[in-house]
Design a protein around this ligand. Structure first.
Ligand code: ATP
Length: 496
């Protein structure tokens, strides 16, 4: 539309001069023309005219400085991505065999797993210019503005590639689900649909013989929310799953982020990796950073194992709370956590990594158990062990304090979810079942009876070790925290 603006302005100006020459009063016309010009300027520059998106790696830099080796623990994703990119680099082969160009790669996975890093490394690998934006930058109240921004993004990528003398450009859109969600869901609001349509148009227009070849890499943690039109072949042809790192991956990532930090001799990164099941790359980066901050605060020269341990707890549970619980509350918390810890140690010897009753952001106290290994499948016994550990907090409160508190709510939820998993996995007395065909109430009954049985088991387990329970509670109240080894030293009853 803006292409015709100079022509319209010229014709308008000519007409006004002609009318003035014929003696017509042109002042009102000039007045309205002025208002329209101001509105057009405002519309273009303030609403639609977000003139540039982030050129990650810096406009002046030729490419983002990230390479695939800077990304830890994503071997499968890196290989899949590299394979797709190899194919882009072989332009002659593509042309010779008449292959349709790869237009889009979708990186799907939880937050903080390195999707942005992968896109940047892809730019370096293919020697492409790199322009990045987030899906939310395209969401506007005004119809048409998002679509205009999509056009600008592709235009900017081409322009940057030309400026940097590159034959290809990578456009990276993070949180693509914000602009690429299923169409027709935003009732009464055509803006989202128009923006997505424009993205589809831009993708369809990408060709191998363009002066600058553009590849779109998008990231999402909600691939299920994307419009099917985006996922059909010819758009995002490749989907690369970027999962949370496993133990080896976590070790690699920790290695990468401690490269520039002096580590004390007692630091065992393997142990830290084992203790951080479920952490993303971003969590691990933050963990190492927190440990270094703690070392600096203490005036130390090196990051020690203790700093890293403290940082794990901090990343999991947030900062320490300002308001500390009162004496009664604290005793209840200590009893509750002692119950979890004793049951955890009995069911899986050596598994308790720390017991803590110092209140932090999300929890008043907690027991951290190490994972033997990252498990994807569980047997019935493993699930039952987990349920016993989850119930043990409330059961210990029952035994020592003669009643429970609201603190066990999330434990029960977790226990019930595990019990459900066990029943639906065909490992309960009901045998093999299908969730859809179970008569109403049967699942509930099966879960309830399983939980009741395990609650009685937990009660017997802890009641027989009342002395140990009291001893652990006393030390916890004194110290606020115990390491796994300190805790084990308190268990005079030999662990079976
Ligand atoms: P989001 O979905 O929230 O945008 P993302 O998957 O794009 O997250 P990144 O922005 O790539 O995550 O990662 C954030 C930070 O976490 C990185 O700057 C890096 O420090 C660290 N990080 C994440 N994953 C890895 C990894 N695999 N290797 C090394 N560092 C990582």
């Amino acid at each position: 539309m803006m292409r015709y603006a100079p022509i319209a302005a010229g014709v308008g100006a000519g007409s006004v001069i002609y009318l003035a020459w014929r003696g017509v009063d042109v002042l009102p016309i000039l007045f309205f023309a002025g208002i329209i010009a101001v509105l057009a300027y405002y519309g273009n520059n303030k609403l639609g005219g977000k003139t540039s998106f982030a050129v990650m790696g810096g406009e002046g830099e030729r490419q983002p400085a990230i390479v695939f080796d800077d990304i830890g623990g994503q071997e499968v994703a890196k290989n899949e991505l590299r394979e797709a990119l190899e194919f882009i680099r072989d332009l002659d082969g593509i042309r010779r065999l008449g292959i349709r160009p790869l237009k889009g790669i979708l990186l799907a996975g939880p937050p903080g797993t390195g999707k942005t890093l992968l896109a940047k490394a892809a730019a370096r690998f293919t020697d492409s210019a790199f322009v990045g934006a987030s899906g939310s930058e395209f969401v506007e109240m005004y119809v048409g503005v998002g679509a205009q921004r999509v056009r600008q993004l592709f235009k900017q990528a081409r322009g940057l590639a030309r400026k940097q003398g590159k034959a290809s450009a990578i456009v990276f859109i993070d949180e693509i689900e914000v602009l690429g969600g299923k169409r027709g869901q935003n009732s009464g609001h055509l803006e989202y649909d128009q923006t997505l349509n424009e993205l589809l148009v831009q993708m369809d227009g990408l060709a191998t013989d363009d002066e600058v070849r553009v590849l779109l890499i998008a990231a999402t943690n909600r691939a299920d929310m994307l419009d099917p039109a985006l996922l059909r072949p010819g758009r995002f042809d490749r989907q690369v799953q970027v999962d949370l790192p496993d133990k080896t991956g976590r070790l690699q990532i920790l290695g990468l982020h401690t490269r520039n930090k002096p580590l004390a001799a007692d630091v065992d990164l393997g142990a830290v990796a084992a203790d951080t099941f479920g952490f993303s790359g971003a969590h691990l980066e933050s963990l190492v950073n927190e440990a270094a901050i703690a070392a600096l605060r203490e005036g130390g020269q090196e990051v020690t194992a203790r700093h890293l341990k403290g940082a794990i707890d901090k990343v999991i549970l947030g900062e320490k709370l300002d308001r500390l619980p009162g004496a009664d509350e604290k005793r209840r918390i200590a009893v509750h956590e002692a119950g979890h810890a004793i049951a955890g140690e009995l069911r899986r010897p050596g598994s308790v990594a720390s017991v803590n009753v110092a209140a932090r952001g999300k929890a008043l106290g907690y027991v951290r158990q190490t994972q033997a290994d990252d498990l994807y499948l569980h047997t019935a016994d493993q699930l039952k062990d987990k349920i016993v550990v989850a119930l043990a907090g409330a059961v210990a409160e029952d035994i020592v304090l003669g009643g429970r508190s609201t603190g066990a709510g999330s434990d029960f939820q977790q226990a019930a979810a595990l019990a459900r998993q066990l029943v639906l996995g065909g490992m309960s007395d009901l045998g093999i079942v299908s969730a859809d065909d179970l008569p109403q109430g049967t699942l509930h009954m099966a879960v309830a009876s399983l939980l009741q049985g395990l609650e009685a088991e937990t009660h017997a387990l802890l009641a027989a070790r009342r002395d140990t329970l009291d001893r652990v509670v006393a030390v916890l109240l004194e110290n606020e925290g115990l390491s796994g080894d300190e805790f084990r030293a308190l268990l005079s009853v030999p662990v079976q």
